[in-house]
Design a protein around this ligand. Structure first.
Ligand SMILES: [Zn+2]
Length: 425
């Protein structure tokens, strides 16, 4: 692979520091040299990309992806009814969409069928299809009556979750998925407002079930992630070393203290995009704001905002993105979360961008998410300054270049203003 030098770029390195003018040399798959100023990095046969003052930053990291979710409507039955052949193709297109939008790394928060994530990850790793570097997940491991249990007596439905009761069933399925090659095991420890029999305020999974999964998964060096909205479910995560916690809405003082005391190990991903969209943008799918409020989504969003602000204040790493993959919260729109973090949580654009890159990379568990020597060369070039306008990242046309592992996914483009000048001349 030819080396690449980016010149005349504003370097936003992911650390939270302000962008500065400089040059970056990429050698093979990694960042070799970073220097401030102009003509500061040796070219020596490298491909030179003149950024014309655009912003070079790390690729975005989503630690709660669902590329198997088909962007369908509110009827959760639909996902289960997709034949596996079509579902492979849907997933393949979704991972490309994610990379096209600047997401270069992905920890998945469940796969709608057991092996979908695994085969797509393998194809990406083999360089056969485009997509982010990806940790493949199991389906949602849920319990009878929990989120994802779409069964009815005397009826047959395929769902998107695996319904398991008791530690023995959980143990057997966890072993099966480890055998199949999964990286991430997903537990539904709390309920959800989409489920009448196990709401967001209920802890539906029991201690021995969580323990059975975690002891096995951790013995095999696999990650466990959890849907955990209640305080008790968050505490269960901490008791069993589930270091990536989704939602955490209803943390009480004890749960907040425990997370703070273990802040070097734990990450919390509120995934507010879906709550926000369900409340405000679901009318055309048959759910009015009044209905969504009655189901508890306003309270869900407010509690997530409050908890996330409090965790951030206490130094716990919080992560944007998550739960995109529905018609009213589509894959590709994920970067809307950045604006939510600024507008709804009151975080600064600089710290929000750090959460989306550096913190995400720390959670992913590899040398990525920063422009730093020896880190993986997962980089995007943005037409403008996302610290001044964080919404820039929502439009893939503003991404002038996308690089993963030192190779261009999107070849460098000329900045829009320069294109317009050329067109006018
Ligand atoms: Zn999710």
């Amino acid at each position: 692979m030819a080396d690449t030098v980016f010149t005349n770029v504003m370097i936003l390195d992911g650390s939270g520091s302000a962008p500065y003018l400089g040059e970056v040399l990429v050698q093979d798959t990694r960042i070799k040299t970073i220097a401030a100023g102009a003509h500061t990095v040796a070219r020596d046969g490298a491909t030179v990309v003149n950024g014309d003052g655009a912003t070079l930053m790390p690729g975005l990291v989503n630690c709660h992806g669902h590329p198997t979710y088909p962007n369908m409507g509110a009827d959760l039955y639909e996902t289960g009814e997709i034949p596996v052949e079509e579902h492979v193709l849907i997933t393949m297109h979704n991972v490309k969409t994610m990379l096209d939008h600047g997401f270069t790394a992905l920890v998945n928060g469940s796969s709608a069928k057991a092996r979908l994530d695994i085969v797509i990850r393998n194809e990406i790793n083999a360089g056969k299809i485009p997509g982010p570097r990806m940790q493949a997940a199991t389906p949602e491991l849920t319990v009878t009556g929990g989120l994802g249990d779409l069964r009815q007596l005397h009826m047959y439905h395929e769902g998107f979750a695996e319904v398991l009761d008791g530690p023995e069933e959980i143990r057997k399925y966890t072993r099966l998925m480890i055998r199949e090659g999964v990286d991430v095991i997903k537990l539904m420890i709390s309920g959800d407002n989409f489920v009448r029999t196990g709401t967001a305020q209920m802890t539906v999974m029991q201690e021995d079930e969580v323990a059975a999964c975690c002891s096995l998964a951790h013995a095999h060096n696999r990650r466990v992630v959890a849907h955990a909205r209640t305080a008790e479910s968050v505490k269960m995560c901490i008791r069993h070393g589930i270091t990536l916690i989704y939602h955490a809405n209803f943390c009480d003082e004890e749960a907040l203290d425990l997370l703070e005391a273990n802040k070097d190990e734990y990450f919390v991903n509120p995934a507010i995009g879906l709550s926000y969209a369900t409340l405000n943008q679901m009318e055309e799918y048959g759910v009015t704001r009044a209905m969504a409020e009655a189901w508890g989504f306003e309270h869900e969003l407010e509690s997530a905002i409050h908890t996330t602000q409090e965790l951030h204040r206490r130094g716990v790493r919080v992560l944007p993105f998550g739960d995109y993959g529905f018609a009213w919260n589509r894959i590709g729109k994920d970067a809307r979360d950045l604006e939510h973090f600024v507008n709804l949580m009151g975080f600064s654009p600089a710290e929000t961008l750090m959460m989306a890159t550096k913190s995400g990379g720390e959670c992913f568990g590899d040398q990525l998410g920063m422009i730093k020597e020896s880190y993986l060369a997962d980089l995007i070039l943005v037409d403008g300054n996302p610290v001044e306008d964080i919404s820039l990242l929502q439009d893939p046309d503003n991404l002038l270049m996308i690089m993963k592992d030192g190779a261009f996914h999107k070849e460098p483009q000329v900045r829009r203003a320069a294109r317009l000048r050329t067109a006018a001349a």
